[in-house]
Design a binder for this molecule. Structure first.
Ligand SMILES: NC(=O)c1ccc[n+]([C@@H]2O[C@H](COP(=O)([O-])OP(=O)(O)OC[C@H]3O[C@@H](n4cnc5c(N)ncnc54)[C@H](O)[C@@H]3O)[C@@H](O)[C@H]2O)c1
Length: 447
């Protein structure tokens, strides 16, 4: 059964005229850039978020995300067709609803769809015939059809008949100066032809290129395949780092040289472990779903294990390097952690390996401070609640010289690495930050 032709063509016309009213559910790292990009393409957009403080800041035109252009939100507000709200009633007026809420791991390290379920319930309560609902959050293949769709249909409307339903994975890379929401091709999937066509027509107005796929589950699986590919390759290069160091070979130099091969190779660089809410999370969703359908992904699982244990290996190495130089054991060793964001130049500590290393070092008896220009005060995090409220240490020569070791965990720009290089008694670098910079002779180790 297909939806009534008039509903379908009415939404198609509104999309073509850029008059379809769009509501994004969730105004985080994904939902907010998406909402702004859609608005910048001419559509009227309202962002719906439960976080009233964030809604107020956005409506006041504040920058909110550090790598946004200073006046991006203010310009959207001034245009008169962009705003934020915590009132679910805005959903009733929408033609298109895009759900961009978190999909983290539970405390048992399993998929946690509770935010998606709650968002779907809110959308369901306002659902009206002819709306297009799209899930953008990362989920396991099958979740839109078996978790979200039944919630939306609770009021009696049917997907593909009374309303349209799609999945389009978000590929946002916060802080990436080369690719933004608009220039990253967008995969769009649906289980019926009309939903797929509407999805395709809508995103074609917003992004450079769309990639239609045959089903909701295929579109869901694309995202997990992309991130699992990264997970496996990061584990591989971190494993090679250890083996090549024993061979007297610098893996960073190897990767840079290998990357000159014009085909069949893609560079991945070693680091302190993996962070963010994507790379550590997606493979868990994929693996969980594989088990659910009686299959398995041992290579992905091994890579996950390798990545999950990377912070422990780094912490152990820090203590070993200190002991080898000064005889100082873990107990009472003083370590400065340089950078707590999970990656450079963004203010995000979700799943950050730096925090796991810090915690591990302290569990071993060391005393740690951190320095991070993005976090003058440590924010609350789900995995490391005890660290909240700590303050970033000032970066002075005398201060740096007081530590047994400085460990570079995040290579933010704007940090005075030369000062650290001059003053550190022992400088341990997980990011190859000192390539091309002066490092203390005999006291610098890439780990
Ligand atoms: N951050 C990334 O780099 C990235 C990249 C690609 C995909 N994703 C995926 O996109 C999704 C969203 O991630 P994010 O980084 O934007 O999360 P986020 O934590 O930055 O933002 C989520 C927002 O949703 C709001 N929210 C939560 N529940 C809500 C509800 N029921 N109704 C309305 N608002 C609600 C929160 O208040 C928050 O502002 C996740 O599935 C994630 O895996 C994230």
């Amino acid at each position: 059964m297909t939806a009534s032709f008039s509903m379908f063509s009415s939404l198609k016309d509104k999309i073509a005229a850029r008059e379809a009213r769009v509501v994004t559910v969730g105004l985080g790292y994904v939902g907010l850039p998406l909402a702004l990009t859609i608005n910048e393409c001419g559509f009227p957009v309202t962002g719906f978020d439960l976080n009233a403080a964030r809604v107020a800041a956005i409506n006041a035109g504040e920058r909110v995300i550090s790598y946004f252009a200073e006046d991006r939100i203010a310009r959207a507000r001034a245009g008169g067709r962009f705003g934020a709200s915590s009132d679910p009633a805005v959903l009733a007026a929408a033609d298109i609803v895009l759900i961009c809420v978190p999909t983290p791991l539970s405390t048992e390290r399993e998929p946690d769809l509770s935010y998606v379920v709650r968002a779907a319930e809110t959308v369901a309560a306002q659902l009206r015939p002819g709306q297009l609902v799209v899930l953008e959050s990362t989920v396991w293949p099958g979740a839109t059809a078996t978790v979200v769709k039944p919630i939306l249909e609770r009021g009696g409307l049917r997907a593909g008949t009374d309303f349209f339903l799609g999945f389009s994975p978000e590929r946002e890379d916060p802080g990436n100066a080369t690719f933004d929401t608009k220039s990253i091709p967008k995969v769009v999937g649906a289980d019926d032809a009309q939903s797929r066509e509407l999805l395709d027509r809508f995103y074609s107005q917003v992004v450079a290129r769309t990639v239609p796929v045959s089903s909701l589950a295929t579109a869901e699986a694309v995202k997990l395949a992309e991130n699992s590919f990264r997970t496996v390759n990061i584990a591989l290069v971190n494993e090679m780092k250890v083996a090549m160091e024993a061979m007297g070979v610098d893996v960073w130099e190897v990767v840079q040289a290998a990357a000159t091969k014009p085909f069949g190779y893609m560079p991945f660089y070693p680091g302190p472990g993996i962070g963010g809410d994507c790379i550590p999370v997606s493979p868990v969703y994929l693996s969980w779903r594989a088990r659910d359908v009686g299959s398995s992904l041992p290579i992905v699982d091994l890579a996950r294990h390798n990545n999950d244990t990377a912070p422990d290996r780094i912490a152990g190495r820090v203590i070993a390097e200190i002991a080898a130089r000064s005889g100082q054991g873990a107990e009472g060793a003083r370590v400065l952690i340089l950078g707590v964001s999970y990656k450079k130049n963004i203010e995000d500590t979700r799943e950050s390996p730096a925090l796991a290393i810090l915690n591990r070092l302290e569990a071993m008896g060391a005393a740690c401070d951190y320095h991070d220009p993005y976090f003058p005060v440590m924010p609350p995090t789900r995995d490391h609640p005890g660290l909240a409220g700590r303050r970033s240490a000032a970066l002075t020569e005398a201060g740096v010289a007081g530590y047994d070791a400085v460990l570079v965990t995040t290579d933010h720009s704007g940090v005075d690495y030369d000062l650290v290089g001059r003053a550190a008694r022992l400088l341990l670098d997980t990011r190859n930050t000192y390539a091309g910079r002066p490092a203390p002779a005999g006291a610098y180790v890439k780990i």
